[in-house]
Design a protein around this ligand. Structure first.
Ligand SMILES: Cc1ncc(COP(=O)(O)O)c(C=O)c1O
Length: 371
């Protein structure tokens, strides 16, 4: 067989931008060190950064947020964790839409609550089934988590769907936790809408989570932020004060430059993702018998591989996404992500946040593997 050396590995499994952090953001970090930003920081983050985040939410997302509602954290993941720990506990249920981002389901469990999964069927392009959400609600339901643009499916929820979810949340007095870290990556005529922008009542029960990781190619800086009801922000700030303390000073100064400075890098990156998305979709259309929905957002394509089940590839029978990922890794040094931990064992997630050449070479290898 033609196993390829592991040092020629191609990673279509990555979950982060392949761009470097823009120069003006790095420069702000260097300046911060020179200016002595080397000490503990305020527990909810620097005031000027919280103000900048509030302004960003107001002007870009239509969310009427004030400084006391903003908590800066060590990443969007950290924001989600803190909120979950403070908002729900033992005996509570939290609705998650399946497929879900793997960390969200674990964080519900870590908070002592029970995840209740509501399927977003592939037949509906992974859009939420609002009636199914209504049916999943019990007396114990406290919150619903949404993630649009969605990792792993690439679905972007439209205003009408968000309104339907909001009405359910209002009727059942639920907290809405919305993870919007991929907000800038939307394609064709898709539009990112923040559920908290719908009206003041929705905003009053919503936590909007975001971060500089994906939008500004800053995954390693570990800065996230969230807008939430002020009383919850106090609890989250307390949790942060007894756990991580305020986030890294230098990284916060870099995040301030990212949020308030020149934004042209965002458009440049999104244009490049759009090109690479087209390229990947062109390749995928030639790979039979897999099925996929064209992603409206994120930098992932979510691929149903059940059409390959029962085939023997590289001496192994394929009966799950894990099987295919293992064979691709062992035989072709090609990393693809089985979506098993996202609650979708029959799908793989392919990332187009990789070089054009890697998409080409990755699909050459996949073509040979499946030939
Ligand atoms: C859906 C989703 N939410 C949140 C995050 C967390 O991002 P970070 O903690 O880097 O801000 C990620 C990262 O992969 C993600 O995919």
């Amino acid at each position: 067989m033609w196993a390829i050396a592991m040092d020629e590995r191609i990673r279509l499994s990555v979950g982060e931008p392949d761009f470097p952090t823009p120069a003006h953001i790095c420069e702000a970090a260097r300046r911060a060190m020179d200016e002595g930003y080397t000490r503990y920081t305020p527990q909810p983050g620097f005031e000027d950064l919280r103000d900048a985040v509030a302004h960003k939410f107001q002007t870009e997302n239509g969310i009427d947020a004030r400084r006391e509602q903003i908590v800066v954290s060590c990443g969007g993941k950290h924001s989600l964790y803190n909120v979950m720990r403070c908002a729900v506990g033992a005996g509570d249920e939290v609705i998650l839409l399946q497929p879900y981002w793997f960390a969200a389901v674990e964080q519900v469990r870590l908070a002592g609550a029970a995840p209740v999964l509501v399927d977003c069927p592939a037949t509906n392009d992974f859009q939420p089934d609002v009636d199914a959400i209504g049916l999943a609600i019990s007396d114990a339901t406290r919150a619903i988590v949404i993630n649009s643009p969605c990792n792993p499916t690439g679905a972007v929820f439209c205003r009408q769907t968000l309104w339907a979810i909001a009405r359910i949340a209002i009727e059942h007095d639920l907290l809405v936790i919305t993870d919007e870290v991929y907000e800038s990556m939307v394609f064709d005529d898709a539009e990112h809408v923040s559920i908290a922008s719908l009206d003041a009542e929705v905003a009053s029960r919503t936590v909007t989570i975001n971060s500089v990781s994906k939008t500004h190619a800053m995954t390693g800086w570990r800065i996230g932020y969230a807008a939430m009801p002020a009383r919850l922000a106090e609890k989250v700030t307390h949790l942060q004060s007894v756990s991580t303390s305020g986030p890294c000073a230098v990284a916060q100064r870099a995040a301030l430059a990212a949020i308030t400075g020149d934004q042209s890098h965002v458009e440049t990156m999104v244009r490049s993702y759009a090109e690479r998305r087209e390229m990947m979709l062109r390749h995928l259309r030639r790979v039979t018998p897999v099925r996929f929905a064209e992603p409206q957002g994120t930098f992932y394509v979510f691929v149903d591989i059940t059409g390959l089940y029962g085939r023997v590839i590289g001496g192994q029978m394929i009966n799950s996404a894990d099987d295919l990922a293992r064979v691709a890794r062992e035989m072709s040094a090609l990393e693809i992500l089985p979506a098993t931990t996202f609650g979708a064992p029959h799908h793989v997630r392919l990332s187009f946040a990789v070089a054009h050449a890697d998409i080409e070479r990755g699909f050459e290898r996949l073509g040979r593997l499946l030939a």
